[in-house]
Design a protein around this ligand. Structure first.
Ligand SMILES: N[C@@H](CCC(=O)N[C@@H](CS)C(=O)NCC(=O)O)C(=O)O
Length: 266
């Protein structure tokens, strides 16, 4: 699944920097899709913990930014051009797969990839660590369960259809699209069971990495796949997701959530 959503960021660049030659139509479409909330630089008083390389509006980065804010940590965002910066020898020397997000510590001695690992590292690096990651083995394991669910069940069901029908970076495959939509529906039902008692957070009484990972994937799905029909089957999920925006740090980095009425198909 090369380039995934990342190359959508090409749409945010001038056409001359668009090596995939995505059409103007698609460029403007993705501008609408991905720039509804621009990158909100984390502001805190401490020296930066490090820098994250990414295209704008990468939900995996937004998760890390919320964790950084809650820990009063600053992150830097170096200039980054998808398909260019991540192909340079210096980038590849630290991040051999050339994927983003990618994190380098302030002293440049520690390099990390995988959005969840980056978010976990930042979450564990300040006073909100116990809140975000749990302070006993069972709570931590439950948080990990939901964070992995966000990636493996929600994001994995959302990204292939996105590449087919929005980015048009892979050919439309109806059977695969339907399978992914079915997987998302099943995962959303599981989420519904978890929150339909009116709880505000998946684990315990405050925001954890579990909520952030689920929110990140669902914010993406809501734009084109998590449609009115799916929401009808899972009436508590939309309220749960919107409720997370009541945490100011979440609102700051995720902005408004949009939920489509009809899913986008090929
Ligand atoms: N499992 C990784 C996925 C990262 C990923 O696939 N990033 C894409 C952008 S969304 C990328 O950088 N692709 C560039 C490439 O494959 O060359 C994570 O969770 O961080």
């Amino acid at each position: 699944m090369k380039h995934i959503v990342g190359q959508l960021a090409l749409s945010l660049k001038p056409k001359s920097r668009n090596p995939l030659n995505i059409s103007q139509h698609h460029l403007s479409f993705f501008n609408t899709l991905l720039t509804s909330h621009s990158i909100n630089t984390t502001t805190a008083t401490m020296a930066p913990i490090g820098k994250i390389y990414s295209y704008p509006n990468n939900y995996r980065v937004q998760i890390a930014q919320v964790a950084a804010d809650l820990n009063n940590l600053t992150l830097e965002f170096p200039d980054f051009q998808m398909g260019v910066t991540n192909k340079t020898p210096s980038f590849l020397s630290h991040f051999p797969l050339g994927k983003v997000p990618a994190f380098s510590s302030a002293d440049e001695t520690f390099h990390l990839t995988e959005g969840l690992a980056i978010a976990r590292y930042i979450a564990s690096s300040g006073p909100a660590s116990a809140q975000l990651l749990g302070s006993d083995p069972k709570t931590s394991a439950l948080i990990e369960q939901w964070a992995l669910f966000g990636e493996s069940e929600l994001a994995n069901a959302t990204i292939p259809p996105l590449l087919m029908v929005l980015a048009k970076m892979i050919p439309y495959d109806e059977a695969r699209y339907n399978q992914c939509a079915g997987n998302l529906e099943r995962a959303v039902k599981r989420l519904e069971e978890a929150v339909n008692d009116g709880r505000k957070f998946l684990v315990g009484d405050s925001l954890t990495l579990a909520d952030l990972a689920v929110l990140g994937a669902m914010a993406l799905a809501g734009k084109f796949l998590f449609d009115g029909e799916m929401r009808k089957q899972a009436p508590s999920v939309e309220g749960y997701l919107k409720g997370l925006l009541e945490v100011p740090e979440v609102k700051k980095h995720f902005g408004e959530l949009t939920f489509c009425e009809t899913r986008v198909q090929g």
